[in-house]
Design a protein around this ligand. Structure first.
Ligand code: AMP
Ligand code: MN
Ligand code: MN
Length: 349
């Protein structure tokens, strides 16, 4: 306990690997220090890292006296487990986001397109003389802000948000720590991908009072009964292609709108985490029907195939081992395209 308390203000240079550009960090800190009206945006279909980071930073800025709102382009409301992180009532729907925000902060979002219908706010803010701060950890980030705090070595955007909170000299309260913990937990695959600094940061968050068991249960281990029936069908339809993905094997399945009826996005997004455990496959893919004839594809690799490059080549993006893209058509068209892309995928080592 004593060691953790004395760790409350760690040396970030040592913790983060020091990959953040000091000038970008200073500029971002100054921008937030002076901002009086801040709109924070997460990417469409927001996850715990995007929304948790935005809510954490939003709560801190609200406490400093700024007018703060947090939103995302799609869907209309956040999954209930994420909405529960919004203890200060900062969330607004996309149509409540001002046409020209004074200061715009875009979190965990690699490109303007990933903001969906709110993407136009980036240009609108800049044209009106406002500032756009991009805070992200995607290697594919396009640096579309006036300020860009991007570190592809960061395990989660939540880590960058915490760094800014520290730079602002703000105390880490439990609700803020809970939002950050949610992002860190989910983006590291429940600490499967973690460095010493990941655990040191987690220790700070837990020290601030986060109920880790409750957060994990709510975000990762809680689904309606109908989820079981959907899984039974979707997993039964999984296909293993041992010779695919450059001979390393890949496994794929599809979730149709019919199979997903009545279930939340978080239930559908959970499928990839089961499919990717297939021992015979280096790569896993799940095609999720978002509109008739339009599919969001999740890609995961164990260690060897750069699915980030594959996704980028198919119009999406992401990280080397976790990426995605959206495709129009039917699985019969999309799977051969993906198969061919995986057969030509760059190997990581
Ligand atoms: P998901 O499979 O939806 O959990 O996404 C995995 C990773 O890929 C995340 O880091 C996403 O930000 C990224 N990603 C997913 N879909 C897209 C897309 N259509 N365009 C760009 N990046 C994406
Ligand atoms: Mn994300
Ligand atoms: Mn993230």
């Amino acid at each position: 306990m004593i060691a953790l308390v004395s760790m409350a203000s760690p040396s970030w240079g040592a913790l983060s690997g020091g990959r953040l550009d000091p000038q970008a960090l200073l500029a971002a800190t100054m921008l937030l220090r002076d901002a009086t009206d801040v709109t924070l945006l997460a990417h469409i279909n927001p996850d715990a890292d995007a929304l948790g980071s935005a809510l954490a930073l939003g709560q801190v800025l609200r406490r400093r006296g700024a007018t703060v709102r947090v939103s995302f382009g799609w869907p209309r409301v956040a999954p209930s487990a994420l909405a529960a992180l919004d203890t200060d009532g900062l969330l607004v729907t996309a149509d409540e986001v001002p046409a020209t925000p004074a200061t715009l902060v875009v979190m965990d979002t690699g490109s303007v397109e990933r903001l969906g219908p709110l993407g136009d706010r980036v240009a609108a803010t800049i044209e009106a003389g406002g500032q756009v701060l991009v805070i992200d950890h995607h290697a594919t980030n396009t640096y579309f802000g006036t300020h860009n705090l991007v570190d592809a070595t960061a395990e989660a955007t939540a880590v960058l948000a915490l760094r800014l909170i520290d730079e602002l000299g703000e105390v880490l309260t439990e609700p803020v720590a809970r939002c950050l913990y949610a992002g860190l937990l989910t983006d590291t695959g429940a600490f499967r991908r973690a460095t010493p600094s990941t655990h040191l940061i987690a220790a700070r968050l837990v020290e601030a009072g986060v109920d880790t068991q409750a957060v994990s249960r709510e975000l990762m281990d809680s689904h309606p009964f109908g989820w079981l029936g959907m899984l039974a069908k979707v997993l039964d339809g999984a296909v293993l292609e041992p010779a695919g993905a450059r001979g390393l094997g890949w496994v794929w399945t599809t979730v149709s709108r019919e199979q997903a009826r009545g279930l939340g996005i978080e239930e559908i997004d959970s499928v990839i985490d089961l499919v990717r455990t297939t021992r015979e496959a280096e790569v896993a893919a799940v095609l999720k029907e978002i509109e008739p004839g339009e599919w969001a594809v999740s890609l995961r690799a164990v260690a060897r195939v750069d699915v980030g490059s594959v996704a980028l080549g198919l119009g999406g993006g992401g990280h080397r081992l976790a990426a995605g893209f959206t495709a129009v058509g039917e699985p019969e068209d999309i799977i051969p395209r993906l198969r061919a892309a995986l057969d030509a995928a760059p190997l990581l080592r």
